[in-house]
Design a protein around this ligand. Structure first.
Ligand code: PLP
Length: 421
């Protein structure tokens, strides 16, 4: 099936007389008739549901759908995007290990990796994704376990050269993990360029309506965990009676280990209700993404030509330094998020946002409603103008997420607010 059809039919195939829409299995537990069957489930010898902290039929269906959308072998739906990144890293690395990540990533991930996981003993080197191969090679150590970057970074909107980063990671015998949140599998499928694991915050376009927190991890099944660098995958796991993940589960070794160890112990699976909402959002993903791209392209061109706008960050614009990468990795469009800077600085940014009528001020991005955020007066308000510039945020910068309203209404609202900025 093509992606439009997978979004509708993937993951759940009703049999004769069963509900056409995915049912919500609102049950924490599942009944069995013999102790023997339950023992097999606990030893990972049989597949089945027994407790919704580990797996649930509604969650399972949406996981299958997303695995198909990304072209992976299996997926795992988590309670948030943060949980997806956390689960991925701690499935692969432990205290004493080291990871490499692009510095052009979501602020929440930057904190998770740079502060919280560091406190747990996993060290990190952030790299500039524009650096030369030679420079990037220097970030690796003998205990490096993975490389992470974002297809289309939030909010820097840089485009990751996935093929180059996959080669870099593989030269050092570690997997490349790509956060594909802003692109979604409709705009980019990172496995086709050599990425090994994909993560998403499904809270953004996949849900698309700003109703349900969620994340997902997808396994390509392509990384060779037996390369000698990952003993936890190739030696017996005593918490599962000596299961060897690579032996017992082959190409699904990573995702089974993530569920069996990390999800079991840290407890951050998506809920049945949450998975149902996510599934509903996914059904219209291709239609929505195409429309987000169409609207955003018009809005970006309008902003770039406006006298009060200093510059616009949008890789879909021919003037963007990432335009060539965008044409390669995101040929269908570069989604709906645009960052732009007003000439009048911090005050102009605040005046502009306060003057908007339809466009909403929200700490969110990537849903059907057009929304804006002014980092200098909200998420980064404690910083001085010079400190802001140090973090790559200009005082007059606005992050705009272009929604699915009629584009003329969006342009009219922007125009009248810019007049007052
Ligand atoms: C929002 C976001 C996250 C975190 O996801 P939550 O669902 O908010 O936990 C991770 N990565 C990217 C790129 C994001 O935009």
């Amino acid at each position: 099936m093509k992606i439009e059809s997978q979004c509708i039919h993937g993951g759940y195939t009703p049999s004769n007389g069963e509900p056409s829409a995915l049912p919500i299995y609102q049950s924490t537990t599942f009944r069995y008739t013999s102790t023997d069957e339950v023992a097999k489930l606990f030893d990972l010898e049989a597949a089945g549901f027994f407790y919704s902290r580990l797996a649930n039929p509604t969650v399972d269906a949406v996981e299958r759908k997303i695995a198909a959308l990304e072209g992976g072998v299996a997926a795992l739906a988590t309670s948030s995007g943060q949980a997806a990144v956390f689960t991925t890293v701690v499935t692969i690395a432990k205290a004493g290990d080291h990871i490499v990540a692009s510095s052009s990533i979501y602020g929440g991930t930057f904190n998770l990796l740079g502060t919280s996981l560091k406190r747990l003993g996993i060290d990190i080197t952030f790299v500039n994704q524009k650096d030369s191969d030679e420079e990037l090679d220097k970030a690796f150590r003998p205990n490096t376990k993975l490389v992470l970057g974002e297809t289309l970074a939030n909010p820097a909107l840089t485009v990751l050269d996935i093929e180059r980063f996959a080669k870099l990671a593989h030269r050092h015998n570690v997997p490349l993990v790509v956060d594909n949140t802003f692109a979604t599998p409709f705009l980019c499928r990172p496995f086709e360029y050599g990425a090994d694991i994909v993560v998403h915050s499904t809270t953004k376009y996949m849900d698309g309506h700003a109703i349900q927190l969620g994340g997902v991890i997808v396994d390509s099944g392509n990384f060779d965990w037996t390369c000698g660098n990952f003993p936890e995958f190739t030696e017996p796991d005593e918490s599962y009676h000596g299961t060897i993940y690579t032996k017992a589960f082959g190409r699904q070794a990573f995702i089974v280990k993530a569920r069996a160890q990390v999800i079991r112990d840290f407890g951050c699976l998506q809920t049945a209700q949450g998975a149902f909402y996510l599934d509903l959002g996914l059904q219209s993903l291709p239609v929505r993404m195409a429309a987000h791209c169409r609207n955003a392209e018009q809005v970006a061109a309008f902003l770039e030509g406006h006298e009060k706008v200093a510059h616009v960050l949008y890789p879909g614009l021919p003037s963007s330094p990432d335009h060539a990468l965008a044409q390669k990795y995101l040929p269908r469009g570069t989604a709906g998020v645009i960052s732009f800077t007003l000439k009048g600085g911090r005050d102009a940014g605040a005046r502009f946002i306060d003057a908007l009528k339809m466009i909403m001020l929200e700490v969110h991005v990537a849903d059907i409603r057009t929304c804006v955020l002014h980092p200098a007066s909200s998420t980064h308000r404690q910083l001085s103008d010079s400190q802001l510039v140090e973090c790559g945020i200009e005082p007059g910068m606005v992050r705009l997420s272009v929604g699915l309203e009629n584009v003329q209404d969006i342009l009219d609202d922007l125009a009248q607010a810019l007049d007052r900025a």
